[in-house]
Each structure stands twice: as structure tokens, then as C-alpha cells.
Design a protein around this ligand. Structure first.
Ligand code: GLU
Length: 554
């Protein structure tokens, strides 16, 4: 068979040669050891934690080494394309402080290695399919879906592996004339790789390949034997082919991708070899798992776990620095230890390495994320946190935006409540939770949520509040203020100290704690809150007194 003739028959319009592309996309001029990484999402409109997890690895590898991190949109599957999806990807990642150096942008691309939308790279792929055909390493395959089904049924019956390989690769044998005739009659075809692998040998003779995975170490697997489709009937490449061509010509040094791609690695290895391209370092990341209610590990699912979507974190108002901090703890096993030793260092000072990544499933735990949020937020100055809350409200809870605007000084005092000193309070987690936590500071949202302690009668509660209001001096310092509460307690038959009550419970109706709980409920609507005196100082005299009066007259 004259393969050149076949190549010209199938790709008459392809005039560039592989050498042209080597020249067009030369090796990058980067310092020694600089890594080039990419994110290759499909524009499905759904961006999830796994994408962020992978993007974080890419970003760190590139930027820690003075390299380049770029965005490539893998839009060869037009059925899955969703309008606006690229914008979602770029904006969501930017929110988490992950920025690309080059690649796809919302309305085009920047960089010298584009286009970065696979749908615009048709001619490049076809040039290399043409080259494989010229070398006799790929061929057109006209098998119809019915014929493919028949093959599958036979394979199932004979308990043989599925796919087109060896004796099943019947179109390998077509002559040029037969191909010409089929094309002339308009029969659609795909292009398949002519794999050199042979699995019909005795097991010990089947060749294996060994690859050094950045995360998993040496991987040994049987070589590929499948004549996989590299170009679909539409002229669009499959993932396998596009990946190999793109990562070569965009000069990717490290391919970070999910473990779901491991089974097709032998296909990619064969393609890299046949095309004569140097292989990048593969880093197959672990799947994100969670513990379900029964304590079993399972994959995070789009359907069952809202926390898989990145939108979830934005809606709830998670601070990007906290999410990054958390992701780093699941990415690198030595991060937490480093953090303890370097509590105030910026996260980027930590040296991230793929070797320290887990390869057996990274466990995602929302409670742990929330704990980390507390630690991260306690270090963020109130003014910054206030601006963050305001931005979150603008986007996700516009009805409360006016509470923030023009009220910054008030909000900052609220956010700073109990955050000073040796043991600062760590109860701020994410914007939605913070707003609920502080909502009693706003009259529109203030309501009595808890009930007074059982051992305090309604009349006593009113008496406590009346006495408190009567003696209330806004300027009182904390100890004068508390002495007054102790006096009220004693006067009304409550122990001034809890330990007195414990010693002689029969002599008292309760203790000073019950008395201050009544006050707390009147002023904050809640039986649990930070320091009452400090809260009153922020609320101001007038608002405090109004709330006391309202409860007395209830
Ligand atoms: N488009 C592929 C995906 O969304 C990317 C895989 C890769 O990074 O190579 O799964």
C-alpha cells in the first residue's frame, strides 16, 4: 500500500508538515528546572473541587519553579459545551487566587502556543494523523456502529477483551482501492491507531511499559494493543490524540490529571512514541473521597454532594485563603507540620512537592475545612474581613448589603469581638455563618431565639431586667458592671457565685449565671454569645436599653 497516496486521499487540505509545527511552537525559553503545567477542563459549566485541587497542583508546580501555567479548553465534545463555561472556569479559579499565565481567555487567548481552544486546532491534529498514515501507523476504519456491536457481542460470547485489536481490526487490511471506493460512496470513517501491541501472546510474553509517575513512582502496565480511534468521523480528535499533540506543542513538562486517566496511559505512551515526542512527567492525582454517614470512604459525587461544586464555597462565603489552606493539607502530608512551625508564613512559602501527595484517595472533610477556616479567619484583620463580607453580600445576599455599606466601623468592631489577646475566639467560619452569628447586632435581624433558664420565673426575669436597666451605666467598666449583676442576683435570691450555689442549692433559686443569661437573651436574643459587656459597648447605650425595655414590657 502506498501510504503517501492514502494520506493525500484523506487529508488533501493539510499542507503543513510536522516540522512546520516544531518551528512554530519551539521549546520554551525557561530557566533550568522550570515546569510548564496546564489545566485542560471541558467547558461543561460545572467546575468542581477536583478541578481546583488539580489546578492548585499545577499552579504550585509552575509558579514555584519559575515556569508557566496555562489554560487549555478541551472542547472537542460539542455535545457537552455550555455557553459561558469558560468564564465560569476562569472566574472561579481566580476567586481562589489561581491565575493563569497564558492560554484561553473569555474571548480569545493570550500566549504563543495557541490556539488554546482545542476546537480551533483541527488542522494541527490532522497534520499528525496524516503523518501517522504516511508512516503506516494509522488507518481509516469504516466499521459501522452495527458492526462494532456485533464484534462486541462476539467478544462477550468468547470471553475476549473488548475493542478493536488484532484479529478484530479488520479494516487494517483494506486496500487503497477499497478505501477509495468507500470514500467515493460517502461512507463515514474514523482514523484508528495501528497499535504494535500484541496481547494474544502467552501472558509472560506480553510486553510491559514502565513509567515514572510524579506522584505514584514507577508504574508498570501491559503495553497498549488497542487500535483506538484518534480522529472521529467529524474530523475532531479524541482526547487521547489531542492530549498528546497539545501537550507536546504547548511544551507541557508536567501533566497533572485525575487517576481516571491511568487505564489509558498505555495508549498515550504508544502515541507519544509513534509521534516521536518526548513524554512529559505524568502526575496522576488521587480521587477526592469523603466518609459517608456509615463511615465508608466513597468518591465525592456531583449528585449527592453539593460541596463538590466550587459554587458551593462561593455561595456559602468561604474565604479563598482558607480553602487554599485546607486543600494544601490534603495535598501534602507534611503541610500541617510546616504550618505549626510557621504559623504566620504566607502559604506560598511552603514548598509543595508531588512526592508528598497521597495516591490512594484524598479524603475531603467539610468539618476539617471549617476548623481550618477558624484558624485562618482569626488572622485576617477585621477591615479585610468586612470587605470580604461586603463583596460576598453584594453577590450572594444583596438584601443585607446595606447593613454593611457605610457601617464599616461598626462591623469591624463586631468582627473583632474577642479576637484580641492570647486566646482569641475562633468562631468565624464562612460569610453565611458569620452573618448568622452576628445578626443580632442589626435590629432588622434581632430576635429572641432562646428561652430563659427553667429555674428563673417570668416575674423574676422581668425583675432582673428592671433592676439591671435601673442600674445601667454605659460607662461602667467591666468589673463595676459585673458587680452590679452580682448584687441583682443576691437581692433576688440567686447565688452571687456558682460555687456557692453548688454547695447549698436549696438556699438559692439559681446563681449569677442564670441572671446574666436572662440579660444575654434580652440584649442578644441568645443564651450563648461573646462577652455581654463588650457587646453592649458595641451596640451602644440606646440600643441596649431599648432591647431591655422591650423584654420587660413583653
Ligand atoms: N479534559 C479532560 C477532563 O476534563 C482533562 C484531562 C487532562 O487534564 O488531561 O477530564
Amino acid at each position: 500500500m502506498d501510504y503517501n497516496q492514502l494520506a493525500d486521499l484523506l487529508f488533501p487540505h493539510i499542507t503543513k508538515t510536522p516540522a512546520d509545527y516544531e518551528e512554530l511552537f519551539p521549546k520554551r525559553q525557561l530557566p533550568e528546572g522550570a515546569k510548564v503545567t496546564r489545566l485542560g477542563p471541558s467547558p461543561t459549566g460545572f467546575i468542581h473541587l477536583g478541578n481546583l485541587y488539580g489546578a492548585f497542583v499545577d499552579e504550585r508546580l509552575a509558579h514555584q519553579s519559575g515556569g508557566t501555567f496555562y489554560l487549555r479548553i478541551e472542547d472537542t465534545d460539542d455535545k457537552r459545551y455550555v455557553e459561558g463555561a469558560v468564564e465560569v472556569i476562569i472566574n472561579s479559579l481566580r476567586f481562589f487566587d489561581i491565575n493563569f499565565d497564558e492560554g484561553a481567555t473569555i474571548d480569545g487567548h493570550t500566549g504563543d502556543y495557541g490556539p488554546y481552544y482545542q476546537s480551533q486546532r483541527g488542522e494541527i491534529y490532522q497534520c499528525f494523523v496524516k503523518e501517522l498514515i504516511q508512516k503506516g501507523q494509522a488507518y481509516p476504519c469504516f466499521l459501522t456502529s452495527e458492526e462494532l456491536e456485533e464484534i462486541r457481542a462476539k467478544q462477550e460470547e468468547n470471553k475476549e477483551n473488548f475493542g478493536i485489536y488484532g484479529k478484530w481490526a479488520v479494516n487494517r487490511k483494506l486496500s487503497l482501492e477499497e478505501i477509495q471506493a468507500k470514500i467515493k460512496s460517502g461512507q463515514p470513517y474514523v482514523v484508528r491507531l495501528k497499535s504494535d501491541g500484541n496481547h494474544e501472546l502467552p501472558a509472560e510474553e506480553i510486553k510491559t511499559i514502565s513509567i515514572e509517575d510524579g506522584i505514584r513512582g514507577t508504574l508498570t502496565m501491559p503495553e497498549n494493543n488497542q487500535d483506538v480511534v484518534i480522529l472521529k468521523a467529524s474530523g475532531i480528535p479524541t482526547y487521547h490524540f489531542a492530549h498528546v499533540v497539545d501537550d507536546h506543542f504547548m511544551r507541557t513538562t508536567h501533566v497533572v490529571r485525575g487517576a481516571e486517566w491511568l487505564p489509558s496511559l498505555p495508549i498515550h505512551v504508544e502515541l507519544f512514541e509513534k509521534l516521536g515526542f518526548e513524554m512529559p512527567v505524568f502526575c496522576h492525582t488521587a480521587q477526592l473521597m469523603k466518609l459517608d454517614e456509615e463511615g465508608n470512604k466513597r468518591k465525592l459525587s456531583k449528585r449527592k454532594d453539593p460541596e463538590l461544586s466550587l459554587d458551593y464555597y462561593r455561595n456559602e462565603g468561604y474565604h479563598p485563603a482558607a480553602v487554599r489552606e485546607y486543600l494544601m493539607t490534603i495535598l501534602n502530608s507534611n503541610f500541617e507540620e510546616w504550618r505549626i512551625a510557621n504559623p504566620d508564613a504566607p502559604i506560598d512559602a511552603f514548598e509543595f512537592t508531588v512526592e508528598k501527595m497521597s495516591n490512594s484517595g484524598a479524603l475531603f472533610d467539610l468539618n476539617k475545612l471549617n476548623d481550618i477556616c477558624k484558624d485562618v479567619l482569626v488572622k485576617i484583620p477585621a477591615a479585610e474581613l468586612c470587605a470580604f463580607m461586603k463583596n460576598w453580600a453584594r453577590e450572594f445576599k444583596p438584601e443585607i448589603l446595606s447593613l454593611f455599606e457605610g457601617n464599616e466601623a461598626y462591623i469591624e468592631k463586631i468582627l473583632d469581638l474577642g479576637r484580641e489577646g492570647q486566646k482569641p475566639r475562633k468562631d468565624l467560619i464562612f460569610a453565611k455563618q458569620i452573618f448568622e452569628f452576628i445578626s443580632y447586632f442589626f435590629d432588622e435581624y434581632f430576635k429572641i431565639e432562646d428561652s430563659i433558664p427553667e429555674n428563673v420565673s417570668g416575674d423574676d426575669a422581668k425583675a432582673i431586667l428592671a433592676a439591671y436597666l435601673n442600674s445601667y451605666e454605659h460607662q461602667d467598666d467591666q468589673s463595676v458592671w459585673f458587680d452590679k449583676i452580682r448584687n441583682i442576683a443576691t437581692e433576688l435570691g440567686y447565688a452571687a457565685k456558682p460555687k456557692d450555689y453548688k454547695k447549698n442549692p436549696d438556699q438559692f433559686k439559681g446563681h449569677v449565671g442564670d441572671v446574666s443569661t436572662v440579660i444575654r437573651i434580652a440584649v442578644m436574643g441568645r443564651s450563648q454569645s461573646p462577652d455581654v459587656w463588650a457587646i453592649q459597648q458595641i451596640l451602644g447605650e440606646e440600643r441596649t436599653k431599648e432591647r431591655l425595655k422591650a423584654m420587660i414590657t413583653k
